[in-house]
Design a protein around this ligand. Structure first.
Ligand code: ADP
Ligand code: MG
Length: 230
C-alpha cells in the first residue's frame, strides 16, 4: 500500500522557485495497477522518482506499507528500493559494461541472495532471452534491452513495480510485446504497478488512472462525465 499525503515538489529554476508537482493526495492499494497519464512535462517522472525515493518531496508524506519514506536515511532508502521497488525506465538504463546476465545479477548480489545465479537464468528465460545472457546491452535490440531491464527490476520479486514510459523508445509492435510481458509477470507476482504511459488503450486496462497536467491531478475523463449528464 502506497499513500501520498500533500506531496509536492518545488525546484529552483532560473533563480526562482518552480512547483513541478502541486500537493497531491493518492492511495495505491497493494496489487493495484495505476496508470499515470499526462502531456510531456506534466510531472509524471517527478512523481515516480518521489515514489521510488530517488528524490525527496518538498512537502508531504509518502507512506509505503505504513513507513514514511521521507524520513528514511539514504541507507534506509537504498534498502527500501532493494527490497520493495523495481524500476523500469524508458531508456533501459542497463550497465553497458555488464552482460545481460550480469545486469540481472546486480540487484540480487546487493541483496546477497544465494540463489542469484540460478535465478538470473530463470529470469532470462522468463523474459525470452535464455540464449542471450552473454550479450552486452550494445549487442541487443531496444526490445531485448527492455526485457533485460524488466528481468532486473523483478529480480528480487519487489511488491512494487514502477515503470516510466517503458515502451516510449520502442516501435509499436515491440512495445506491445514488452507491455504484454510486463503485465503478465506482474500478474503472476501480484505486484503493485505504477505505469507512466501515453497509450490510452493501455491506461484503460489499469485499475485506476491519474491524469497530470502542469503538475496537478486533473479529471481524467471530463468529457465522459459531461456526456453522462442529461
Ligand atoms: P514528465 O515526466 O511528465 O514529462 P517531468 O516530471 O520530467 O515531466 O517534469 C515536469 C516538469 O518539471 C518539466 O517541465 C521539467 O522540465 C521540470 N523539471 C523536472 N526536474 C526539474 C529540475 N530538477 N529543475 C527544474 N525543472 C525541472
Ligand atoms: Mg517523464
Amino acid at each position: 500500500m502506497i499513500e501520498l499525503r500533500g506531496v509536492s515538489k518545488t525546484v529552483e529554476s532560473g533563480g526562482r522557485p518552480l512547483t513541478i508537482l502541486h500537493p497531491l493526495d493518492l492511495s495505491i492499494g497493494s496489487g493495484q495497477f495505476l496508470a499515470v497519464v499526462g502531456p510531456s512535462g506534466s510531472g509524471k517522472s517527478t512523481l515516480l522518482g518521489l515514489l521510488a525515493g530517488l528524490d525527496a518531496p518538498s512537502t508531504g508524506a509518502i507512506l509505503v506499507d505504513g513507513v514514511d519514506i521521507t524520513s528514511l536515511s539514504e541507507d534506509g532508502l537504498a534498502r527500501l528500493r532493494g527490497e520493495k521497488i523495481g524500476f523500469v525506465f524508458q531508456f533501459f538504463h542497463l550497465v553497458p559494461s555488464l552482460t545481460a546476465f550480469e545486469n540481472i545479477l546486480v540487484p540480487m548480489e546487493i541483496a546477497r541472495r544465494r540463489d542469484a545465479v540460478p535465478r538470473a537464468r530463470l529470469l532470462l528465460d522468463e523474459v525470452g532471452l535464455a540464449d542471450r545472457g552473454h550479450h552486452y546491452p550494445s549487442q541487443l535490440s531496444g526490445g531485448e534491452q527492455q526485457r533485460v531491464a524488466i528481468a532486473r527490476a523483478l529480480a528480487n520479486d519487489p511488491p512494487i513495480v514502477l515503470a516510466d514510459e517503458p515502451t516510449g523508445n520502442l516501435d509499436s509492435t515491440t512495445g506491445a510485446h514488452i507491455m504484454e510481458l510486463l503485465l503478465s509477470v506482474r500478474r503472476a507476482r501480484g505486484s503493485t504497478l505504477v505505469l507512466v504511459t501515453h497509450d490510452a488503450e493501455l491506461a484503460a486496462l489499469a485499475d485506476a488512472r491519474l491524469s497530470l497536467r502542469d503538475g496537478r491531478a486533473v479529471d481524467p475523463a471530463p468529457a465522459r462525465r459531461a456526456g453522462a449528464l442529461p
